[in-house]
Design a protein around this ligand. Structure first.
Ligand code: MN
Length: 272
């Protein structure tokens, strides 16, 4: 049977007083949300996004349209809560994640993102970034105005162009992958990708075969490298199981029987 093991770690970093990142780690939906907004409203927005997405967990025969509809509902909820003139005015959040969906009778991973939190896929020792940041800097790189290696130090690197909590509503980018035993996904807030470059991230993923150990090591490295932002990581391993064919097995088996082991780790994001 399809076997997924996930690990999650988060840290407020060395500068910020409040952790406005939130994460969801399983059993069939994994996400990171990085909230923003004055007076600590960012954690309200990121919590709203994660709580809303949690409604999709274990929903039978989830489709890509269900996921994009829930993200649209998240956007409406956050806008409605961000009343002008209140402390929550202008709050918003990124979201990036990974969820098992049913497409034409088969399970697929759906990767989604709005904003500059990222999803990477790590397979055969190689790290490939799946998502494209919705940020000013990513657009400058795409247009050739700056080089990719200048993006991480650019003064406007944290300016996002799409968030949940926007009007007009932001469109999520989505990708579908057939599940492949042995693959690993990494979901992270920009507190990881702004401190570590992709080769550093790949080195940790190669060195740490256990999902929770990899998540812990990535967060520790980002904090040691400066920790200038909240840093949150979810690592999802699609474990190789011998003796059964994944696709046949998952077609027969209700999705809620996909086995998941998420090692318990307190969400330190609750700490101020
Ligand atoms: Mn951030």
């Amino acid at each position: 049977m399809a076997s997924v093991r996930a690990g999650m770690a988060t840290d407020p970093g060395r500068v910020r007083q409040v952790n406005e990142d939130r994460a969801l780690a399983g059993p069939d939906l994994f996400a990171v949300a990085d909230g923003m907004g004055g007076h600590a409203a960012g954690d309200v927005a990121s919590s709203m996004a994660v709580d809303r997405l949690a409604r999709l967990v274990r929903r039978p025969r989830l489709t890509p349209a269900d996921v994009t509809a829930e993200l649209a509902a998240c956007n409406r909820d956050i806008l409605a809560a961000a009343q002008p003139g209140t402390a929550r005015a202008g709050m918003g959040t990124t979201v990036a994640g990974l969820v098992l969906v049913n497409v034409a009778g088969r399970q697929h991973w759906l990767v989604f993102n709005i904003g500059d939190s990222r999803v990477y896929r790590f397979v055969d020792g190689q790290l490939v970034r799946v998502t494209i940041d919705h940020s000013e800097v990513e657009e400058l790189v795409a247009s050739g105005a700056i080089a990719a290696n200048e993006a991480r130090s650019h003064p406007r690197r944290s300016v996002v162009t799409r968030v949940l909590g926007m009007n007009p509503p932001p469109e999520a980018d989505v990708w579908l992958f057939p599940p492949t035993p042995g693959e690993r996904f990494l979901i992270c807030s920009d507190g990881l990708s702004s401190e570590l470059d992709d080769p550093d991230i790949a080195a940790v993923l190669r060195a740490e075969p256990i999902a929770q150990a990899a998540a812990d090591a990535l967060v520790a490295r980002a904090v040691a490298a400066g920790g200038r932002d909240n840093v949150t990581v979810v690592v999802v391993d699609h474990v190789v199981d011998t003796g059964s064919d994944l696709e046949e097995d998952t077609l027969r088996r209700p999705r809620n029987q996909v086995s998941v082991v998420v090692p318990g780790r307190p969400h330190s994001g609750e700490a101020a």
